[in-house]
Design a protein around this ligand. Structure first.
Ligand SMILES: Nc1ncnc2c1ncn2[C@@H]1O[C@H](COP(=O)(O)OP(=O)(O)O)[C@@H](O)[C@H]1O
Ligand code: SF4
Ligand SMILES: [Mg+2]
Length: 339
């Protein structure tokens, strides 16, 4: 029996490599390199990091669209990769996805109603009659702020925000426990972003669903997440509650990301840490700490030894040889770099 007090999702040591051709050679690109986190029931975990750090690969692995090379995923105590038949189908029902691009992810030849109802073709038996299904489609459209009569319209007839609402209704049609949202508002105008975020937050309160909410945009994650995990080149380098990570970042990368985001820099320009330099290729990650080529705190040890975990039992974890102390503005290096 699943233990209701245990986290809904537990991930440990997840590693995923892709074989890529580079010139005449085939090389291994490590998109995930030992990723671990937990997702509580009804919780929203925000996953942030720059483009290419492995967020979508992690999402796809959680949905079993990719098979990890190493590490474990536990969903309600069970390894989904070991499931077969009915149990596998039930797992697939319980974990759903909302995609980034509402223009690409909806079939233009299907009506909104057909799109929302489509998952029931695989997961048969959820609703007995076509009348029940039509009624449920109406309810789902209403739930996401559309009109039941919108069921007969095609995606092209909707705005970007409305299309994303259709995508959300489709994800909810199977009554999932977890919805993995991969950059769900990145393609939308700012004003529409806020509406869709508020809708997701409302739906969570109403339905008790959990989210893994992926974004490269810190302000979006701060708005919606209970806990935050910061990724860099295939690893989670810091995690904690939203307040812990945003107000007292321990990892220099998190601090740099925060201070590079203008709207989130409450102290103005005074202690701005600049995140410069290119992200290294995951084909050739730096030795020691992978952030060292861009880190203003790096010392010799950072080039030779993997950074140790920084944990003091309050659920706020990082991995760094020289974690930040707070208040941040008192760090001599940060002041030296200030502009
Ligand atoms: N199917 C694939 N084949 C080869 N490389 C891939 C594949 N999918 C992702 N990658 C690489 O893995 C890394 C992480 O990609 P991704 O998970 O899409 O990052 P993010 O979503 O954070 O932008 C990138 O370097 C990307 O090029
Ligand atoms: S381990 Fe060193 S290089 Fe890496 S983040 Fe910490 S201080 Fe910077
Ligand atoms: Mg992505």
């Amino acid at each position: 029996m699943p233990d209701a007090s245990a986290p809904l999702v537990q991930v440990e040591g997840l590693t995923k490599q892709f074989a890529v051709r580079s010139g005449r050679r085939t090389r291994q690109l490590r998109a995930l390199d030992g990723v671990g986190f937990e997702l509580g029931r009804g919780e929203t975990l925000g996953l942030v990091g720059e483009s290419g750090c492995g967020k979508s690969t992690l999402a796809r692995t959680l949905l079993m669209l990719e098979r990890p090379d190493a590490g474990t995923v536990r969903f309600d105590g069970t390894d989904p990769f070991a499931l077969r038949g009915k149990e596998l189908l039930d797992f697939r029902r319980r974990v759903q996805m909302v995609f980034q691009d509402p223009y690409d992810s909806l079939n233009a030849r299907m009506t909104a109603g057909e799109i929302v109802a489509e998952p029931w073709r695989t997961h048969r038996g959820m609703y007995a009659t076509s009348r029940d299904r039509a009624a449920r489609v109406g309810e789902l459209l209403d739930l996401v702020g559309l009109r039941p009569s919108d069921a007969d319209r095609y995606p092209q007839e909707f705005s970007g925000g409305q299309r994303q609402r259709i995508g959300i209704a489709r994800a909810l049609s199977l009554a999932p426990d977890v919805v993995v949202c991969d950059e769900p508002v990145s393609a939308l105008d700012l004003s529409v972003q806020a509406q869709v975020l508020n809708l997701l937050a409302e739906l969570r309160r109403e339905l008790g669903v959990s989210y893994v909410f992926i974004s490269h945009d810190l302000s979006v994650v701060r708005h919606i997440a209970d806990r935050v995990a910061v990724m860099y080149l295939g690893r989670i380098v810091e995690s904690g509650t939203t307040a812990q990570v945003f107000d007292r970042p321990r990892h220099p990368y998190t601090a740099a990301l925060l201070s590079a985001a203008p709207s989130l820099d409450p102290n103005g320009r005074a202690n701005r840490i600049v995140l410069d330099g290119e992200i290294p290729s995951p084909l050739d990650p730096p030795s020691g700490c992978r952030f060292r080529t861009r880190c203003w705190k790096a010392t010799d040890v950072c080039a030779t030894q993997a950074p140790p975990p920084v944990r003091d039992g309050d659920g706020h974890d990082a991995e760094c040889h020289h974690p930040l102390v707070h208040p941040l503005g008192t760090e001599p290096e940060a002041l030296a770099r200030s502009r």
